[in-house]
Design a binder for this molecule. Structure first.
Ligand code: COA
Length: 377
């Protein structure tokens, strides 16, 4: 590519090889660790998905037990991390800011400088960091993680203090697996850029959390839930969508940089959410969700006839996580709890065959300016 050609947002530029996931944006297929997302999301435990990404194969029963125990043994966080989280909660900082600060503090007191260990420690500690912050926010004492529970079950336990039922664990696990990795999305790329300087994986995780926070990436499901609740109350999805588009707003939960068809994760999560709402949730609310999707996709097609804007992963994430009982304020941090498995696998992959990431920019500023002393300006 010449110095003059600019690909804004790096659209269409291939900058790495990966065996972790493959997206076909035209057909709407997503492969994670060699499996179709539907297969992995509905069958795997989160620990199996992480092992798969790290080792490029499924674990045997013995390996899985060992890996699970290893992660479970790394869930606790130190007082120094708790202090940061208490302060973040007291100051009512957003959950993603708390996670960023907690992740950064997680390397205190470990003494370790090993990428594999860092990767496992960060993955294991993320749920504890999020839940500890949340319990402080709610005026409750944080809970010690339970080593006897699976990763997903322990996350719900440390959040709520109750042992979750199987349906909630399975629903959350489906979500965690469905979004664990997704090509070179912005947060994954940000992490790989950090690792490419031969920095460490904790720094990479911190950068990734920062990138995920934005509404164009991971910040959409909270606003999606607000939108769904408003529409459920008004009973007028068409009016809502038309008004939003007339105001020039983007409809959260729709459109994607890569997919030109419905995001395959939306299908996986909508089935998972449907099971939930049918088995005792607010079935009428879920009917609103479905009806809203149809109306929105139709009106977006009228609004942008040249660009297919279909449902993305965030739309049903909002419905599913709300159904399971994850607080809305923690939707994006829960996305991070899932995606950190992919971030860490990408970090290790980058390190294994590293090349410093260093693109170029086309200079469009002035040249040849003459310096004016400050007293003459
Ligand atoms: N609602 C309304 N219009 C949308 C839209 C949406 N959700 N998504 C894209 N568009 C419009 C844009 O305004 C743009 O119109 P313009 O050409 O008149 O400016 C056109 O479609 C092309 O969009 P573009 O900005 O090129 O898309 P992108 O590839 O940069 O954006 C997203 C991808 C995901 C950032 C974008 O679709 C979006 O903002 N979606 C809402 C946020 C969201 O759900 N994020 C989660 C992503 S998983």
């Amino acid at each position: 590519m010449s110095d003059q050609e600019v690909s804004r947002g790096l659209e269409g530029v291939t900058v790495a090889e990966t065996r972790l996931s493959r997206i076909d944006g035209e057909t709407g297929e997503l492969t994670i660790g060699g499996f179709p997302v539907e297969e992995l999301a509905t069958n795997a435990t989160y620990e199996e998905s992480v092992f798969l990404l790290f080792e490029d194969r499924l674990p045997t029963a013995g390996e899985l037990d060992e890996f699970r125990a290893d992660l479970a043994g790394r869930r606790s966080i130190g007082d120094e991390v708790r202090d940061v989280l208490r302060r973040a909660a007291d100051e009512e900082r957003p959950a993603m800011d708390a996670l960023r600060m907690g992740a950064a503090a997680a390397s205190l007191g470990t003494g370790a400088d090993d990428s594999g260990e860092d990767a496992r420690r960060v993955i294991a500690a993320f749920p504890t960091i999020v839940a500890t912050y949340w319990r402080y926010r709610e005026g409750e004492d944080p809970l010690e993680p339970r080593e006897d529970l699976r990763h997903a079950a322990n996350y719900l336990y440390v959040l709520t203090g109750e042992e979750p039922d199987d349906a909630a664990v399975r629903g959350l696990e489906t979500y965690l697996n469905a979004v664990i990795d997704h090509g070179l999305n912005a947060s994954t790329f940000a992490g790989r850029v950090v690792v490419s300087t031969e920095s460490d994986l904790v720094s990479a995780a911190t950068a990734s959390v920062g990138a995920l926070k934005g509404p164009l990436h991971g910040g959409a499901p909270g606003p999606v839930l607000d939108m769904l609740r408003a529409v459920h109350e008004s009973g007028d999805p068409e009016g809502y969508v038309r008004d939003a588009l007339d105001r020039g707003e983007r409809l959260m939960g729709f459109g994607h940089r890569v997919y030109r068809v419905r995001d395959p994760r939306a299908a996986v999560l909508s089935s998972a959410a449907e099971r939930f709402y049918e088995a005792g949730g607010d079935a009428e609310f879920f009917e609103t969700v479905r009806a809203f999707e149809d109306v929105a996709v139709g009106l977006l097609a009228e609004h942008k006839p040249d660009r297919r804007l279909e449902t993305n992963v965030e739309f049903y994430t909002a419905a599913l996580l709300a159904g399971i009982g994850v607080p809305q304020e923690l939707f994006t941090t829960t996305f991070a709890v899932a995606r950190v498995g992919g971030w860490m696998a990408h970090g290790l992959e980058q390190l294994a065959d590293n090349r410093l990431v260093r693109p170029r920019a086309r200079y469009v500023g002035d040249t040849g300016r003459e310096w004016t002393p400050v007293e003459d300006r």
